[in-house]
Design a protein around this ligand. Structure first.
Ligand code: FES
Length: 176
């Protein structure tokens, strides 16, 4: 489907009331995004910048031409990149980037495909980094009625559209 300027869309947003946690003054935060999941990180990064921090981004894509809004990220923070084919940044996945061996972060904010977020959660656990993920579960009603967005957590099943979309990885059952 393609759209033109002036087309009308029916949207229900924003859903859920939980966004990423802003880092404490003594915390370094790394924002990790993949695919279209980079979109909320641009917004969050701008908010961090507005509050005086210089955010660090780690962005992953299949290839250089699939990196979204690279220039906008570079305008507000430090940007590190991985591509699966090596056409930009380091070749491989975000979890393989050398940044994790060179620099220390106390907090991560992550958004992207579920397999990527699960892999990043594993890296966070290994390095003892506090980590939040913004889930992209399919949503239909947006009001907690259809249950198509349910995620299993340590406190039972929850609707991402109402209780999320951001969760600490320790609340999820991914790493158990
Ligand atoms: S989208 Fe229907 S319950 Fe969440």
């Amino acid at each position: 489907m393609s759209l033109s300027a002036g087309d009308k869309l029916n949207l229900v947003f924003p859903l859920g009331g939980r966004g990423f946690t802003f880092p404490a003054a003594d915390e370094r935060i790394l924002l990790v995004g993949g695919g279209v999941g980079v979109a909320p990180l641009l917004f969050f990064g701008r908010e961090l910048r507005r509050r005086g921090a210089v955010p660090t981004f780690l962005l992953g894509a299949k290839s250089a031409d699939m990196l979204l809004e690279r220039g906008k990220f570079e305008a507000i923070g430090n940007v590190y990149i991985t591509t699966e084919d090596g056409s930009a940044g380091e070749m491989g996945f975000v979890t393989q980037h050398s940044l994790f061996e060179k620099e220390t972060f106390q907090r991560m904010a992550v958004c992207g495909p579920a397999p990527m977020m699960k892999a990043v959660a594993g890296v966070a656990q290994k390095h003892g980094i506090e980590c939040e993920v913004s889930l992209e579960n399919m949503m239909a009603c947006g009001v907690g009625a259809c249950l198509c967005c349910v995620e299993k957590t340590t406190r039972g099943n929850v609707c991402v559209c109402q209780d999320g979309p951001v969760f600490n990885i320790n609340e999820l059952t991914w790493l158990n």
